[in-house]
Design a protein around this ligand. Structure first.
Ligand SMILES: N[C@@H](CCC(=O)N[C@@H](CS)C(=O)NCC(=O)O)C(=O)O
Length: 323
């Protein structure tokens, strides 16, 4: 298996999103190093050393490319560590078929899990307040219905898909929260969390099955400092620019140009990238070098070198600062 450069995961232990990426790296057997960052700002490992004030976790570096937000990290892990190079895919074929439900898997993992399910798990930490109907709608019905014919994985795929990974990460994280035994109970999730021995005597629990698979593949990552990570990133190369490319039509629509930056060449005054839901405080600035339907790439200056910083188009806006 070829690797495109050192892989470094920036995260903190209690972050469910960082856990999801850690599990995907484990499933795909991608060796990586880890930088532990604080669960609240400041995070000098990103802002000062890499020049990336983006405030969410996880952030993943692959060589000199740094990816912010799991909506870009997940597709990029699939693109840069493809099954053609021997890595497991997150979009496996349906059992007995040569087709994958890629779109459906994305909808389940991005919209159902990251939005509906995640909002419930995080937003209503006092479980007693969660309306029963919402629990049924969000979790029981979907998971239990999917697993009700004794299938191995949620979309009856040959191996776990991104839908299994996303939902499993959230349930695993939810179970670690205090006083959640009643929610993640055998009564509520007889097929997901506890085997329904009457209907499927041989069935191993879905959640346990995935946990076991990940345990078998688990290799403890080396923890490195922010400085060590910066040195590795600065010494590495980038993915070829042609892979993301530059969509001129889309750039015109957005009012931006390749290489866009401030007239007096101040890199920090180049491009403004901000998350819509985080607001304008934690913007990442640089020179626009790549634009596709899925991602925006800006070149940013860190403390001791440059790196290419990638954001998903989804949920972010890209603008010229000086306009
Ligand atoms: N859309 C982001 C969400 C990530 C996210 O919400 N991360 C949380 C930790 S689980 C975070 O960084 N919170 C700290 C903060 O907002 O400052 C993604 O998919 O990566």
């Amino acid at each position: 298996m070829s690797t495109p450069g050192p892989v470094i995961l920036y995260g903190y232990q209690t972050s469910p999103y960082a856990h999801k990426i850690q599990n995907i790296l484990t499933l795909k057997k991608i060796p990586y190093k880890r930088v532990n960052v604080a669960n609240i700002l400041p995070r000098p490992e990103l802002k000062e050393l890499l020049g990336i004030p983006y405030r969410r976790i996880p952030v993943l570096a692959i060589g000199n490319d740094v990816y912010c937000d799991t909506n870009i990290i997940v597709p990029v892990l699939e693109r840069r560590f493809p099954s053609s190079d021997g890595y497991d895919t997150l979009y496996p074929h349906r059992k007995g078929s040569i087709s994958s439900d890629t779109g459906l898997i994305k909808v389940l993992s991005r919209f159902y899990t990251d939005r509906a399910l995640f909002a419930d798990v995080v937003g209503l930490l006092d479980w007693k307040d969660i309306p029963e109907a919402m629990l049924k709608d969000r979790a029981e019905t979907l998971l239990e219905q999917q697993l009700s014919n004794g299938r191995e994985w949620l979309l009856d795929t040959e191996s776990p898909s991104m839908a299994d990974m996303a939902i499993h990460s959230l349930i695993a994280w939810g179970k670690t929260l205090p006083d959640t035994e009643d929610v993640f109970s055998k009564d509520r999730f007889p097929l997901t969390i506890a085997a329904s021995t009457l209907s499927f005597p041989s069935s191993i629990l879905w959640a346990d099955r995935l946990t076991n698979l990940l345990k078998q593949r688990w290799v403890e990552p080396t923890t490195i400092t922010g400085e060590e990570a910066m040195a590795l990133i600065n010494d590495s190369t980038n993915e070829l620019a042609e892979v993301v490319g530059f969509d001129e039509l889309e750039a015109k629509r957005l009012g931006v140009k390749k290489g866009d930056r401030d007239d007096d060449f101040k890199l920090s005054m180049g491009l403004l990238l901000m998350t819509m839901n985080v607001g304008t405080k934690h913007i990442t600035e640089g020179t626009l070098v790549g634009l596709s339907a899925e991602e925006t790439v800006i070149e940013v200056r860190g403390q001791k070198g440059m790196n290419k910083c990638h954001f998903p188009r989804f949920g972010f806006t890209v603008k010229r600062l000086a306009q």
